[in-house]
Design a protein. Structure first.
Length: 263
């Protein structure tokens, strides 16, 4: 594995350090160079940070919104991020690795401002693979747990992996998602959005269709609410169990049995 962190990038002497790290275009440039120079298939990942608070662009030319526009600082860094991603993909299209590469863009969280509980759980998951994935907007309910299974499904090769989630491009997928962030966790299923705070003082339920206002479906149909609560708690408890016992990935013996059950 090759890791380029802040110290390694600083030694290159090519880029200027931003508020949270190196700017998106610089990080993506290094990713492009690493993939281009590899003679073997590679899994490459870049952590982009420019869109994180305090929302500073590396140049004035990207600041196209002024304070009269709500969220102008956030929109400006997204203008920059759009340019950086476009620049990265344009370079990739001219390279030898483009046709055999699946590009995936995903976020860890929103910017939180002016968002209700449901909107604050919504992050982009963009798959760009011309010839492999047809252009479309899919509003299937999904979660970050589904990223790994979906990518492996696209690759189309047999793989042993340890992850929750499911392949979003496979038939028969369910309209469900587990989420946990900060002091709350919950479950989304069909039109229902259920969340619970870790202190256990309150259960909240919403309809995911706008206007998203609190409803009382837990009172109207307690069985449905109880089922969603149990599913959310199951995911939460299993996550902590795997983490605390360091058993997220199987042991060598278990892995060998999975690869070759006859042995």
């Amino acid at each position: 594995d090759t890791v380029l962190g802040e110290k390694e990038i600083a030694k290159l002497g090519r880029f200027k350090l931003g508020a949270w790290g190196y700017d998106d275009a610089d990080v993506l440039q290094l990713l492009h160079e690493k993939i281009s120079s590899s003679k073997k298939p590679v899994l490459g990942l870049a952590l982009t940070l420019t869109t994180h608070y305090p929302y500073r662009t590396p140049s004035e030319k990207f600041r196209i919104f002024d304070p009269s526009t709500r969220d102008y600082d956030f929109l400006n860094v997204y203008n920059y991020a759009d340019w950086a991603v476009h620049n990265f993909i344009t370079q990739a299209e001219k390279s030898g690795y483009f046709k055999n590469t699946i590009f995936v863009f995903v976020a860890d969280h929103t910017h939180h401002r002016y968002l209700d509980y449901y909107e604050d759980r919504n992050v982009p998951f963009l798959i760009y693979a011309p010839g492999r994935v047809a252009p479309a907007l899919d509003e299937t309910i999904a979660s970050q747990l589904d990223v790994i299974p979906t990518i492996l499904g696209l690759v189309g090769k047999k793989a042993v992996f340890s992850s929750m989630g499911r392949n979003l491009l496979a038939p028969g997928r369910t309209q469900t998602a587990y989420f946990a962030y900060g002091n709350l966790f919950g479950w989304i299923e069909n039109e229902h959005f259920y969340l619970r705070f870790f202190d256990g003082k309150e259960d909240l339920s919403y309809n995911i269709q706008p206007p998203r206002q609190k409803n009382n479906f837990c009172e109207k149909d307690p069985a449905v609410c109880d089922d969603m609560s149990k599913k959310a708690k199951a995911y939460l408890n299993l996550s902590y169990e795997l983490l605390n016992k360091n058993i997220v990935f199987p042991s060598d013996v278990e892995l060998q049995k999975e690869i070759d059950p006859k042995k």
